[in-house]
Design a protein around this ligand. Structure first.
Ligand SMILES: [Ca+2]
Ligand SMILES: [Ca+2]
Length: 124
């Protein structure tokens, strides 16, 4: 994008139907966002470093989280270290947690205040 004008478009490779892009964030602090994929069948989470429509590199994030009730709701720098972190919500229990990240490496897991009820939703 160039402001509100579409400057160009590029097709990116796709994964199977079990995969979803749950977040876009800069987990390695290089100033460029990555695509964060989650596989809701097996719990794998993958980070794609992109350059336009090309995948520069891809890596699994931490260990798989097989419970499909956990959804990545976004990437934001929770601990102000300049690296975006992943915000998770469990849609069954309303628990929420932040994964403090350094690239693809999970540094720490930080529970967040629970949502008031299942009717609430957290989006970053
Ligand atoms: Ca980056
Ligand atoms: Ca951070």
């Amino acid at each position: 994008m160039d402001g509100t004008t579409l400057a160009g478009a590029a097709a990116i490779p796709t994964l199977g139907l079990d995969w979803r892009i749950d977040a876009v964030g800069n987990l390695d602090g290089d100033g460029r966002d990555e695509l964060i994929w989650r596989n809701y069948a097996n719990g794998r989470n993958v980070r794609w470093v992109m350059n336009g429509g090309e995948i520069v590199s891809g890596a699994d994030i931490a260990t798989p989280l097989p419970n499909p009730n956990w959804e990545i709701r976004g990437a934001i720098d929770i601990n102000y270290d300049g690296l975006d972190d992943l915000v998770w919500v469990n849609t069954a229990s309303s628990e929420s947690v932040a994964w403090l990240m350094q690239g693809s490496t999970l540094i720490a897991s930080q529970p967040l205040s629970p949502l008031p009820s299942a009717s609430w939703s957290l989006t970053v």
